[in-house]
Design a protein around this ligand. Structure first.
Ligand SMILES: Cc1cc2nc3c(=O)[nH]c(=O)nc-3n(C[C@H](O)[C@H](O)[C@H](O)COP(=O)(O)O)c2cc1C
Length: 202
């Protein structure tokens, strides 16, 4: 559903891409386990180099408050501030080597990103919102969950239903929640023939 945060695009794109955004205000509504399973199933079907599926997910929900607090404690303090109101937290972890020959998987982080893209699209289609975070405490994730060597904690995501921006503290957080979303133009991103020679004129 188009909202004031939907992308303003010169050409039409899929609604699940157009309407996804990263809020910090979450409502108290819980996410059912069936819905959560659907999101992770969408993630599972992402493409990956050698079909390695290097992604791993540590899930915590408000239905289990102790687990939720454990996951929350792995976020950087600035993220804890708003993410504590989301009903679901997920920590992501990436396997560093290929299973078939043990050599380093250069694309593991990339492939987690694809899984996150799938999960985001499914979440948007289901009327959920999510916010990904680089701001985590990777060593704490490793320690608290017993993440073995050969895997690295990468990001976290908060999942839930959109809340009221008015509930956020005054300042940058609330400002960002209400601002229009922006992107670089394609001419700065897509080249042809030589570096920084735009493929598209405008
Ligand atoms: C890998 C990744 C890490 C991010 N880390 C954080 C973070 O630690 N804290 C935060 O508040 N937002 C974080 N974000 C959200 C981005 O700031 C946001 O996606 C970006 O501003 C674009 O906004 P949009 O998602 O609403 O289009 C992260 C997003 C991604 C994809």
């Amino acid at each position: 559903m188009r909202t004031p945060k939907s992308a303003d695009t010169p050409v039409e794109i899929l609604p699940v891409i157009r309407d996804r955004w990263s809020p910090r205000a979450f409502s108290a509504k819980l996410v059912t386990n069936d819905l959560l399973r659907k999101l992770l199933e969408a993630a599972r079907w992402a493409a990956s180099s050698y079909n390695e599926q290097p992604w791993r997910f540590l899930v915590a929900t408000k239905q289990n408050p102790d687990e939720f607090e454990r996951a929350l404690s792995c976020l950087a303090p600035a993220n804890q501030q708003w993410a504590r109101h989301a009903p679901v937290l997920v920590l992501t972890v990436v396997k560093e080597a290929f299973s078939h020959n043990g050599s380093p998987n250069r694309c593991g982080d990339h492939d987690l990103g694809l899984a996150m893209g799938n999960l985001s699209a499914q979440a948007t289609a289901e009327g959920l919102v999510l916010h990904q975070m680089a701001g985590i405490l990777p060593e704490r994730v490793r320690e608290l969950y017993g993440v073995p060597d050969g895997f690295h904690p990468m990001t976290a995501l908060a999942i839930g239903y959109q809340g009221d921006a008015e509930a956020l503290p005054e300042g940058w957080m609330k400002d960002q929640e209400l601002q229009k979303r922006t992107r670089k133009p394609l001419r700065e991103l897509v080249f042809t023939g030589a570096w920084e020679t735009p493929y598209f004129g405008d």
